[in-house]
Design a protein around this ligand. Sequence first.
Ligand SMILES: [Zn+2]
Length: 273
Amino acid sequence: MMHFIGSLILFCLAFNACADSKITQQLNKPVPGGVAVVDLGRAVQIPKASYQSRPVLVVKEQSNWLAIVGIPLTVKPGIQQISSNGHNFNFTVANKKYPEQRITLKNKRMVNPESADLKRIEAERAVLIQGYRTFNTVTPSNVLLDKPVNGPLSSKFGVRRFFNGEERNPHSGLDFAVPTGTPVKTPADGKVILVGNYFFNGNTVYVDHGQGFISMFCHLSKIDVLVGQSLVRGEFVGKVGSTGRATGPHLHWNISLNETRVDPAIFIGAFQP
Ligand SMILES: [Zn+2]
């Protein structure tokens, strides 16, 4: 019996298999648009990891390193692979069906932009995508995040959206229904890497939490930060508004990992399969 208990303890220590970590429990939601938490084991130094040739966030919990991988909405269910220090690690993506939403916009330019708008949209898209490519080696202060505002969730991530009957990109973030002027807090420490006004997103702020883990806040009525500014968890970045393509005041919050937008609900413990 003692031998058995001894073996069990050794097994637990060696493989961390007896209790999933808090991070794995909350964040491991391997569906399209979700997150895979991959145990990379022990190492003295932080291992590098990549998925689809992009660097991946790696954090330590207890004695093990965990890769926190953003899974694109376009990935089909099945086996996916990351590589780390010359080894491959598999994870399995399960199916998830996202609902549809039909939205009516009075401003038809927001559905079928004019040619001058299209030029602006193209230029802005390049800037916004470039922002998500930021990869600083800083370790995030926390990967289990605070809600940036206190309020009910309105539109969920991944919803297939039809504006005035025409299908557009699926919803890339999570919406909170809160009044104009509500202060928006950064859900973890970070550095402001982008501030601007954009056609669809309105007044926008990016906060880089480290290693490609980036928050985007959109439709703000007011921006209270400058590019380059360092923020601690809970500091204000701006105020809720309805600038850009918005049917009313709300906060739109994106989370990006390895240049991939994933469901922010996962990070605040509000994920629904
Ligand atoms: Zn939104």
